[in-house]
Design a protein around this ligand. Structure first.
Ligand SMILES: [Zn+2]
Length: 498
Protein backbone atom coordinates (compact mmCIF):
# COMPACT_ATOMS: atom_id res chain seq x y z
CA UNK A 1 0.00 0.00 0.00
CA UNK A 2 1.26 3.40 -0.64
CA UNK A 3 -1.45 5.86 0.19
CA UNK A 4 -1.43 6.42 3.92
CA UNK A 5 -5.16 6.89 4.04
CA UNK A 6 -7.98 4.79 5.33
CA UNK A 7 -10.08 5.67 2.28
CA UNK A 8 -7.68 3.85 0.01
CA UNK A 9 -7.36 0.19 0.64
CA UNK A 10 -4.22 -0.06 -1.43
CA UNK A 11 -1.84 -3.07 -1.23
CA UNK A 12 0.09 -4.63 1.60
CA UNK A 13 0.24 -3.46 5.19
CA UNK A 14 -3.10 -1.70 5.02
CA UNK A 15 -3.33 -2.12 8.77
CA UNK A 16 -0.14 -0.17 9.26
CA UNK A 17 -1.39 2.55 6.98
CA UNK A 18 -4.61 2.89 8.87
CA UNK A 19 -2.77 3.94 11.99
CA UNK A 20 -1.28 6.80 10.07
CA UNK A 21 -4.23 9.07 9.56
CA UNK A 22 -3.60 12.70 8.82
CA UNK A 23 -2.35 14.95 10.23
CA UNK A 24 0.23 12.29 10.85
CA UNK A 25 -0.11 11.97 14.57
CA UNK A 26 1.40 8.53 14.63
CA UNK A 27 1.28 7.06 18.09
CA UNK A 28 4.60 5.38 17.87
CA UNK A 29 6.13 5.90 21.26
CA UNK A 30 4.30 3.29 23.31
CA UNK A 31 5.21 0.71 20.67
CA UNK A 32 8.83 1.71 20.96
CA UNK A 33 8.76 1.57 24.72
CA UNK A 34 7.41 -1.98 24.60
CA UNK A 35 10.04 -3.30 22.25
CA UNK A 36 12.37 -5.77 23.76
CA UNK A 37 15.19 -6.10 21.31
CA UNK A 38 18.68 -7.27 22.12
CA UNK A 39 21.33 -4.70 22.90
CA UNK A 40 24.31 -4.75 20.61
CA UNK A 41 27.81 -4.82 21.96
CA UNK A 42 28.33 -4.59 25.68
CA UNK A 43 28.97 -2.00 28.36
CA UNK A 44 32.63 -2.96 28.60
CA UNK A 45 33.01 -1.11 25.33
CA UNK A 46 33.96 -3.19 22.32
CA UNK A 47 34.52 -1.03 19.28
CA UNK A 48 31.61 -0.90 16.91
CA UNK A 49 32.19 -2.80 13.68
CA UNK A 50 30.75 -2.14 10.25
CA UNK A 51 28.77 -5.33 10.58
CA UNK A 52 27.31 -4.26 13.92
CA UNK A 53 26.41 -0.90 12.45
CA UNK A 54 24.51 -2.53 9.63
CA UNK A 55 22.72 -4.81 12.05
CA UNK A 56 21.82 -1.93 14.34
CA UNK A 57 20.51 0.04 11.38
CA UNK A 58 18.54 -2.90 9.99
CA UNK A 59 16.88 -3.56 13.36
CA UNK A 60 16.01 0.11 13.79
CA UNK A 61 14.64 0.08 10.25
CA UNK A 62 12.33 -2.83 11.09
CA UNK A 63 11.04 -0.89 14.10
CA UNK A 64 10.41 2.19 12.01
CA UNK A 65 8.57 0.19 9.34
CA UNK A 66 6.42 -1.47 11.96
CA UNK A 67 5.60 1.82 13.68
CA UNK A 68 3.63 3.21 10.75
CA UNK A 69 5.70 6.40 10.75
CA UNK A 70 7.43 5.06 7.66
CA UNK A 71 5.73 6.23 4.47
CA UNK A 72 4.93 2.94 2.81
CA UNK A 73 4.85 4.35 -0.68
CA UNK A 74 6.89 2.39 -3.25
CA UNK A 75 6.90 5.21 -5.79
CA UNK A 76 8.28 7.77 -3.34
CA UNK A 77 10.82 5.37 -1.87
CA UNK A 78 11.93 4.18 -5.32
CA UNK A 79 12.41 7.79 -6.36
CA UNK A 80 14.55 8.59 -3.29
CA UNK A 81 16.66 5.51 -4.02
CA UNK A 82 17.06 6.51 -7.67
CA UNK A 83 18.19 9.95 -6.59
CA UNK A 84 20.67 8.42 -4.14
CA UNK A 85 21.85 6.06 -6.87
CA UNK A 86 22.64 9.01 -9.14
CA UNK A 87 24.83 10.52 -6.42
CA UNK A 88 26.54 7.17 -5.83
CA UNK A 89 27.18 6.53 -9.52
CA UNK A 90 28.98 9.87 -9.81
CA UNK A 91 31.10 9.09 -6.73
CA UNK A 92 32.64 5.65 -7.30
CA UNK A 93 34.92 6.01 -4.27
CA UNK A 94 31.92 5.52 -1.97
CA UNK A 95 31.93 1.93 -0.74
CA UNK A 96 28.99 2.09 1.66
CA UNK A 97 25.57 0.68 0.93
CA UNK A 98 22.54 2.92 1.24
CA UNK A 99 18.82 2.63 1.58
CA UNK A 100 16.68 5.75 1.36
CA UNK A 101 13.14 5.96 2.65
CA UNK A 102 10.43 8.52 3.32
CA UNK A 103 8.71 9.24 6.62
CA UNK A 104 5.05 10.29 6.49
CA UNK A 105 5.72 13.26 8.69
CA UNK A 106 5.01 16.91 7.80
CA UNK A 107 7.88 18.10 10.03
CA UNK A 108 11.03 19.16 8.20
CA UNK A 109 13.65 16.52 8.92
CA UNK A 110 16.15 14.08 7.46
CA UNK A 111 18.56 11.75 9.19
CA UNK A 112 21.19 9.08 8.66
CA UNK A 113 21.22 5.88 10.68
CA UNK A 114 24.06 3.39 11.07
CA UNK A 115 24.35 1.02 8.15
CA UNK A 116 23.47 3.65 5.55
CA UNK A 117 19.73 3.98 6.16
CA UNK A 118 18.71 7.52 5.29
CA UNK A 119 15.25 8.82 6.11
CA UNK A 120 13.63 11.93 4.67
CA UNK A 121 10.42 13.42 6.01
CA UNK A 122 7.56 14.32 3.69
CA UNK A 123 7.78 17.86 5.13
CA UNK A 124 11.38 18.25 4.01
CA UNK A 125 10.64 17.16 0.44
CA UNK A 126 7.81 19.71 0.32
CA UNK A 127 10.13 22.47 1.51
CA UNK A 128 12.65 21.80 -1.27
CA UNK A 129 12.02 23.67 -4.51
CA UNK A 130 14.29 21.70 -6.83
CA UNK A 131 15.71 18.24 -7.18
CA UNK A 132 19.18 19.68 -6.54
CA UNK A 133 18.08 20.97 -3.13
CA UNK A 134 16.76 17.54 -2.18
CA UNK A 135 19.96 15.96 -3.52
CA UNK A 136 21.98 18.36 -1.33
CA UNK A 137 20.24 17.02 1.77
CA UNK A 138 20.83 13.40 0.72
CA UNK A 139 24.49 14.14 -0.03
CA UNK A 140 25.01 15.68 3.40
CA UNK A 141 23.41 12.68 5.13
CA UNK A 142 25.41 10.25 2.97
CA UNK A 143 28.59 11.99 4.06
CA UNK A 144 27.74 11.28 7.72
CA UNK A 145 27.72 7.60 6.76
CA UNK A 146 30.83 7.54 4.56
CA UNK A 147 32.83 9.53 7.14
CA UNK A 148 31.86 6.98 9.81
CA UNK A 149 30.38 9.59 12.13
CA UNK A 150 28.18 7.02 13.78
CA UNK A 151 31.00 4.65 14.61
CA UNK A 152 33.06 7.53 15.97
CA UNK A 153 30.21 8.78 18.08
CA UNK A 154 29.45 5.34 19.46
CA UNK A 155 33.09 4.75 20.26
CA UNK A 156 33.15 8.05 22.14
CA UNK A 157 30.22 6.97 24.21
CA UNK A 158 31.24 3.42 24.88
CA UNK A 159 31.77 4.09 28.57
CA UNK A 160 28.02 4.55 28.81
CA UNK A 161 25.61 1.74 28.27
CA UNK A 162 25.15 1.04 24.60
CA UNK A 163 22.16 2.34 22.87
CA UNK A 164 19.55 -0.35 22.38
CA UNK A 165 17.92 -0.82 19.05
CA UNK A 166 14.62 0.35 20.43
CA UNK A 167 16.44 3.43 21.67
CA UNK A 168 17.71 4.25 18.23
CA UNK A 169 14.31 3.75 16.60
CA UNK A 170 12.81 5.84 19.41
CA UNK A 171 15.27 8.64 18.78
CA UNK A 172 14.47 8.66 15.09
CA UNK A 173 10.73 8.53 15.62
CA UNK A 174 10.81 11.20 18.31
CA UNK A 175 13.03 13.52 16.30
CA UNK A 176 11.02 13.01 13.13
CA UNK A 177 7.81 14.13 14.76
CA UNK A 178 9.16 17.65 15.00
CA UNK A 179 6.74 18.87 17.61
CA UNK A 180 5.19 18.00 20.93
CA UNK A 181 8.58 17.52 22.47
CA UNK A 182 7.36 18.07 26.02
CA UNK A 183 4.91 15.21 25.76
CA UNK A 184 7.51 12.97 24.17
CA UNK A 185 10.00 13.84 26.85
CA UNK A 186 7.52 12.84 29.50
CA UNK A 187 6.78 9.59 27.72
CA UNK A 188 10.35 8.69 27.10
CA UNK A 189 11.51 9.88 30.47
CA UNK A 190 15.22 9.83 31.01
CA UNK A 191 15.63 7.91 27.77
CA UNK A 192 14.77 11.05 25.80
CA UNK A 193 17.95 12.98 26.40
CA UNK A 194 20.04 9.91 25.81
CA UNK A 195 18.44 8.90 22.53
CA UNK A 196 18.40 12.46 21.24
CA UNK A 197 22.15 12.57 21.65
CA UNK A 198 22.45 9.70 19.18
CA UNK A 199 21.03 11.83 16.40
CA UNK A 200 23.18 14.85 17.15
CA UNK A 201 26.54 14.83 15.50
CA UNK A 202 29.26 17.17 16.65
CA UNK A 203 29.81 20.52 14.94
CA UNK A 204 32.98 19.17 13.38
CA UNK A 205 31.02 16.24 11.99
CA UNK A 206 28.44 18.63 10.55
CA UNK A 207 31.12 20.76 8.92
CA UNK A 208 32.69 17.67 7.44
CA UNK A 209 29.32 16.39 6.16
CA UNK A 210 28.72 19.79 4.48
CA UNK A 211 32.15 19.75 2.84
CA UNK A 212 32.13 16.13 1.65
CA UNK A 213 28.41 16.23 0.81
CA UNK A 214 29.07 19.25 -1.38
CA UNK A 215 31.63 17.26 -3.38
CA UNK A 216 29.16 14.39 -3.88
CA UNK A 217 26.49 16.84 -5.02
CA UNK A 218 28.68 18.73 -7.47
CA UNK A 219 30.12 15.55 -9.00
CA UNK A 220 26.61 14.26 -9.65
CA UNK A 221 25.92 17.42 -11.67
CA UNK A 222 23.32 18.89 -9.40
CA UNK A 223 23.27 22.63 -8.88
CA UNK A 224 26.05 23.21 -6.30
CA UNK A 225 24.42 26.47 -5.16
CA UNK A 226 21.41 24.47 -3.99
CA UNK A 227 22.98 23.47 -0.67
CA UNK A 228 23.30 27.09 0.48
CA UNK A 229 19.93 27.99 -1.03
CA UNK A 230 18.19 25.25 0.90
CA UNK A 231 19.93 26.18 4.17
CA UNK A 232 18.70 29.73 3.76
CA UNK A 233 15.18 28.55 3.05
CA UNK A 234 15.30 26.41 6.17
CA UNK A 235 16.39 29.39 8.22
CA UNK A 236 13.64 31.60 6.75
CA UNK A 237 11.02 28.94 7.35
CA UNK A 238 11.86 28.94 11.07
CA UNK A 239 11.86 32.68 11.50
CA UNK A 240 8.52 32.87 9.68
CA UNK A 241 6.85 30.20 11.75
CA UNK A 242 4.71 31.77 14.45
CA UNK A 243 4.41 28.54 16.37
CA UNK A 244 7.94 28.81 17.67
CA UNK A 245 8.47 25.18 16.73
CA UNK A 246 11.95 24.54 15.46
CA UNK A 247 11.96 21.97 12.65
CA UNK A 248 13.62 18.71 13.67
CA UNK A 249 16.22 19.11 10.97
CA UNK A 250 17.35 22.39 12.48
CA UNK A 251 17.67 20.86 15.90
CA UNK A 252 20.05 18.19 14.64
CA UNK A 253 21.56 20.42 11.94
CA UNK A 254 21.65 23.98 13.26
CA UNK A 255 21.96 26.32 10.29
CA UNK A 256 24.54 28.89 11.21
CA UNK A 257 25.67 31.95 9.30
CA UNK A 258 28.99 30.16 8.99
CA UNK A 259 27.47 27.05 7.35
CA UNK A 260 25.61 29.16 4.80
CA UNK A 261 28.70 31.26 4.05
CA UNK A 262 30.80 28.11 3.59
CA UNK A 263 28.24 26.56 1.26
CA UNK A 264 28.05 29.78 -0.76
CA UNK A 265 31.79 30.17 -1.18
CA UNK A 266 32.13 26.53 -2.20
CA UNK A 267 29.55 26.90 -4.94
CA UNK A 268 31.06 30.22 -6.08
CA UNK A 269 34.34 28.40 -6.60
CA UNK A 270 32.91 25.45 -8.45
CA UNK A 271 32.36 25.12 -12.13
CA UNK A 272 28.74 24.52 -12.96
CA UNK A 273 27.14 23.51 -16.24
CA UNK A 274 23.47 22.67 -16.24
CA UNK A 275 21.79 20.75 -13.44
CA UNK A 276 20.69 17.26 -14.42
CA UNK A 277 17.27 17.47 -12.85
CA UNK A 278 14.51 14.97 -13.54
CA UNK A 279 10.82 15.65 -13.93
CA UNK A 280 10.16 12.83 -11.45
CA UNK A 281 10.94 15.22 -8.60
CA UNK A 282 7.85 17.29 -9.43
CA UNK A 283 5.58 14.24 -9.66
CA UNK A 284 6.79 12.86 -6.34
CA UNK A 285 6.42 16.26 -4.70
CA UNK A 286 2.89 16.62 -6.08
CA UNK A 287 1.99 13.15 -4.79
CA UNK A 288 3.33 14.01 -1.33
CA UNK A 289 1.50 17.33 -1.36
CA UNK A 290 -1.75 15.52 -2.16
CA UNK A 291 -1.34 13.63 1.14
CA UNK A 292 -1.40 16.79 3.25
CA UNK A 293 -4.52 18.04 5.00
CA UNK A 294 -8.13 17.10 4.41
CA UNK A 295 -8.84 15.70 0.92
CA UNK A 296 -11.00 18.77 0.13
CA UNK A 297 -8.25 21.25 0.99
CA UNK A 298 -5.71 19.22 -0.96
CA UNK A 299 -8.01 19.42 -4.01
CA UNK A 300 -8.42 23.18 -3.49
CA UNK A 301 -4.65 23.61 -3.24
CA UNK A 302 -4.04 22.08 -6.68
CA UNK A 303 -7.04 23.82 -8.24
CA UNK A 304 -5.76 27.23 -7.25
CA UNK A 305 -2.18 26.37 -8.27
CA UNK A 306 -3.48 25.50 -11.76
CA UNK A 307 -5.73 28.54 -11.91
CA UNK A 308 -2.98 30.98 -10.85
CA UNK A 309 -0.46 29.09 -12.97
CA UNK A 310 1.80 28.81 -9.94
CA UNK A 311 3.79 25.68 -10.68
CA UNK A 312 7.11 24.33 -11.91
CA UNK A 313 5.37 21.68 -14.02
CA UNK A 314 1.76 21.96 -15.15
CA UNK A 315 1.53 18.22 -15.86
CA UNK A 316 2.80 17.30 -12.38
CA UNK A 317 0.34 19.75 -10.82
CA UNK A 318 -2.58 18.23 -12.74
CA UNK A 319 -1.36 14.80 -11.65
CA UNK A 320 -1.37 16.12 -8.05
CA UNK A 321 -4.95 17.28 -8.53
CA UNK A 322 -5.94 13.79 -9.72
CA UNK A 323 -4.21 12.29 -6.66
CA UNK A 324 -6.10 14.66 -4.35
CA UNK A 325 -9.39 13.89 -6.15
CA UNK A 326 -8.71 10.19 -5.64
CA UNK A 327 -8.37 10.85 -1.91
CA UNK A 328 -11.63 12.80 -2.04
CA UNK A 329 -13.16 9.79 -3.85
CA UNK A 330 -14.21 11.93 -6.78
CA UNK A 331 -13.27 9.22 -9.26
CA UNK A 332 -14.98 10.67 -12.34
CA UNK A 333 -13.19 13.99 -12.02
CA UNK A 334 -9.88 12.25 -11.27
CA UNK A 335 -10.33 10.29 -14.51
CA UNK A 336 -11.08 13.50 -16.42
CA UNK A 337 -7.90 15.19 -15.16
CA UNK A 338 -5.83 12.13 -16.14
CA UNK A 339 -7.55 12.07 -19.54
CA UNK A 340 -6.56 15.72 -20.04
CA UNK A 341 -2.92 14.69 -19.52
CA UNK A 342 -3.35 11.78 -21.92
CA UNK A 343 -4.85 14.09 -24.55
CA UNK A 344 -1.82 16.38 -24.16
CA UNK A 345 0.36 13.31 -24.79
CA UNK A 346 1.96 13.50 -21.36
CA UNK A 347 3.31 10.07 -20.50
CA UNK A 348 4.71 9.27 -17.08
CA UNK A 349 4.66 5.98 -15.18
CA UNK A 350 3.21 7.69 -12.10
CA UNK A 351 0.24 8.88 -14.16
CA UNK A 352 -0.32 5.29 -15.31
CA UNK A 353 -0.15 4.03 -11.72
CA UNK A 354 -2.58 6.75 -10.60
CA UNK A 355 -5.16 5.81 -13.25
CA UNK A 356 -4.87 2.19 -12.12
CA UNK A 357 -5.66 3.27 -8.56
CA UNK A 358 -8.65 5.32 -9.67
CA UNK A 359 -10.07 2.33 -11.56
CA UNK A 360 -9.49 -0.01 -8.60
CA UNK A 361 -11.05 2.36 -6.07
CA UNK A 362 -13.98 2.85 -8.41
CA UNK A 363 -14.44 -0.95 -8.50
CA UNK A 364 -13.71 -1.16 -12.25
CA UNK A 365 -11.67 -4.30 -11.71
CA UNK A 366 -11.49 -5.87 -15.21
CA UNK A 367 -10.64 -2.46 -16.68
CA UNK A 368 -7.96 -2.00 -14.00
CA UNK A 369 -6.38 -5.38 -14.81
CA UNK A 370 -6.27 -4.55 -18.54
CA UNK A 371 -4.84 -1.12 -17.75
CA UNK A 372 -2.07 -2.51 -15.51
CA UNK A 373 -1.07 -5.13 -18.08
CA UNK A 374 -0.71 -2.41 -20.73
CA UNK A 375 1.08 -0.07 -18.30
CA UNK A 376 3.63 -2.74 -17.27
CA UNK A 377 4.41 -3.32 -20.94
CA UNK A 378 4.95 0.43 -21.40
CA UNK A 379 6.87 1.04 -18.15
CA UNK A 380 8.47 -2.32 -17.30
CA UNK A 381 10.67 -0.99 -14.49
CA UNK A 382 8.06 1.02 -12.63
CA UNK A 383 7.67 -1.43 -9.75
CA UNK A 384 4.56 0.14 -8.26
CA UNK A 385 2.67 -1.32 -11.25
CA UNK A 386 4.14 -4.77 -10.54
CA UNK A 387 2.73 -4.58 -6.99
CA UNK A 388 -0.63 -3.19 -8.02
CA UNK A 389 -1.55 -5.76 -10.68
CA UNK A 390 -1.32 -8.84 -8.40
CA UNK A 391 -3.10 -6.87 -5.65
CA UNK A 392 -6.06 -6.32 -7.95
CA UNK A 393 -6.01 -9.96 -9.06
CA UNK A 394 -6.00 -11.10 -5.43
CA UNK A 395 -8.88 -8.78 -4.77
CA UNK A 396 -10.86 -10.33 -7.58
CA UNK A 397 -10.06 -13.81 -6.22
CA UNK A 398 -7.64 -14.84 -8.95
CA UNK A 399 -4.62 -15.91 -6.87
CA UNK A 400 -3.16 -18.18 -9.56
CA UNK A 401 -3.16 -15.39 -12.10
CA UNK A 402 -1.63 -13.09 -9.46
CA UNK A 403 1.09 -15.65 -8.84
CA UNK A 404 1.90 -15.91 -12.56
CA UNK A 405 2.31 -12.15 -12.72
CA UNK A 406 4.45 -12.12 -9.54
CA UNK A 407 6.73 -14.91 -10.74
CA UNK A 408 7.37 -12.92 -13.92
CA UNK A 409 8.22 -9.82 -11.87
CA UNK A 410 10.37 -11.79 -9.43
CA UNK A 411 12.43 -13.18 -12.32
CA UNK A 412 13.56 -9.59 -12.91
CA UNK A 413 13.74 -8.57 -9.28
CA UNK A 414 14.30 -11.59 -7.01
CA UNK A 415 15.28 -9.52 -3.94
CA UNK A 416 12.16 -7.38 -3.87
CA UNK A 417 10.64 -7.86 -0.41
CA UNK A 418 7.24 -6.55 -1.41
CA UNK A 419 6.98 -8.91 -4.39
CA UNK A 420 8.00 -11.82 -2.15
CA UNK A 421 5.39 -10.88 0.43
CA UNK A 422 2.70 -10.70 -2.23
CA UNK A 423 3.86 -14.01 -3.74
CA UNK A 424 3.54 -15.68 -0.32
CA UNK A 425 0.01 -14.31 -0.01
CA UNK A 426 -0.98 -15.37 -3.52
CA UNK A 427 0.45 -18.88 -2.88
CA UNK A 428 -1.47 -19.16 0.37
CA UNK A 429 -4.70 -18.13 -1.34
CA UNK A 430 -4.05 -20.56 -4.20
CA UNK A 431 -3.47 -23.33 -1.66
CA UNK A 432 0.23 -23.88 -2.49
CA UNK A 433 1.75 -24.45 0.94
CA UNK A 434 5.34 -25.17 -0.06
CA UNK A 435 5.50 -22.08 -2.21
CA UNK A 436 3.90 -19.94 0.47
CA UNK A 437 6.60 -20.82 3.03
CA UNK A 438 9.36 -20.64 0.44
CA UNK A 439 8.44 -17.07 -0.56
CA UNK A 440 7.99 -16.04 3.07
CA UNK A 441 11.39 -17.56 3.88
CA UNK A 442 13.01 -15.60 1.06
CA UNK A 443 11.30 -12.44 2.28
CA UNK A 444 12.65 -12.89 5.83
CA UNK A 445 16.12 -13.71 4.52
CA UNK A 446 16.16 -10.46 2.51
CA UNK A 447 15.09 -8.58 5.63
CA UNK A 448 18.02 -10.02 7.58
CA UNK A 449 15.83 -12.29 9.70
CA UNK A 450 17.73 -15.55 9.19
CA UNK A 451 16.09 -17.42 12.06
CA UNK A 452 12.61 -16.69 10.66
CA UNK A 453 13.78 -17.63 7.17
CA UNK A 454 15.08 -21.02 8.31
CA UNK A 455 11.80 -21.72 10.13
CA UNK A 456 9.85 -20.99 6.94
CA UNK A 457 12.05 -23.27 4.82
CA UNK A 458 11.58 -26.05 7.37
CA UNK A 459 7.82 -25.58 7.13
CA UNK A 460 8.14 -25.58 3.34
CA UNK A 461 9.97 -28.90 3.31
CA UNK A 462 7.25 -30.43 5.50
CA UNK A 463 4.45 -29.10 3.28
CA UNK A 464 4.85 -31.91 0.76
CA UNK A 465 2.77 -30.32 -1.99
CA UNK A 466 5.59 -29.31 -4.34
CA UNK A 467 7.24 -31.36 -7.07
CA UNK A 468 10.62 -33.06 -6.78
CA UNK A 469 12.58 -30.06 -8.07
CA UNK A 470 10.93 -27.58 -5.76
CA UNK A 471 11.42 -29.91 -2.79
CA UNK A 472 15.13 -30.36 -3.42
CA UNK A 473 15.52 -26.61 -3.94
CA UNK A 474 13.88 -25.99 -0.58
CA UNK A 475 16.20 -28.47 1.17
CA UNK A 476 19.30 -26.93 -0.39
CA UNK A 477 18.21 -23.40 0.48
CA UNK A 478 17.53 -24.36 4.11
CA UNK A 479 21.05 -25.79 4.40
CA UNK A 480 22.51 -22.66 2.83
CA UNK A 481 20.66 -20.36 5.24
CA UNK A 482 21.81 -22.43 8.24
CA UNK A 483 25.40 -22.04 7.11
CA UNK A 484 24.87 -18.28 6.72
CA UNK A 485 23.49 -18.12 10.23
CA UNK A 486 26.52 -19.99 11.62
CA UNK A 487 28.91 -17.59 9.92
CA UNK A 488 26.97 -14.58 11.21
CA UNK A 489 27.13 -15.95 14.78
CA UNK A 490 30.86 -16.57 14.53
CA UNK A 491 31.44 -13.05 13.25
CA UNK A 492 29.42 -11.58 16.07
CA UNK A 493 31.39 -13.53 18.65
CA UNK A 494 34.64 -12.52 17.04
CA UNK A 495 33.61 -8.85 17.00
CA UNK A 496 33.03 -8.95 20.75
CA UNK A 497 36.62 -10.08 21.38
CA UNK A 498 38.32 -7.83 18.87
ZN1 LIG B 1 24.21 16.54 9.52
Amino acid sequence: MRFPFPVLAKPVAAAVALTLSLPFVATVLPAVAQTNLPELGDSSGALVTGQQERKLGAEAMREIRASGAWLNDPEVNAYLNDLGRRILDANPTIRDKFEFFAMGDPGVNAFAMPGGYIGVNLGLVLLTQSESELASVLSHEMAHVTQKHYARMMDDQRKNAWIGIAGLAGAVLAASKGKGDAAQGALLGTQAAQVQSYLNFSRDNEREADRIGFQYLARAQFDPASMGVFMERLQRSTSLSDTGVVPGYLRTHPVTVERIADARSRSANSEFKLARESLDFHYVRALLRSYVGEPKTAVAFFESALEDRKFASEAATRYGLAAALLRARDFERAKRELATLEAARVHHPMIAAMLGQVLVQNEEIPAAVRHYERAIAEFPTHWQLHYDLPEVLLRSKEPKRALTSLEKSLAKRPDDVQLLELAARASAEAGYKMRQHRFLGEQYARQGNLRGAIDQFELASKAGDGDYYEASYVEARARELKREMQVARQNERRALFE
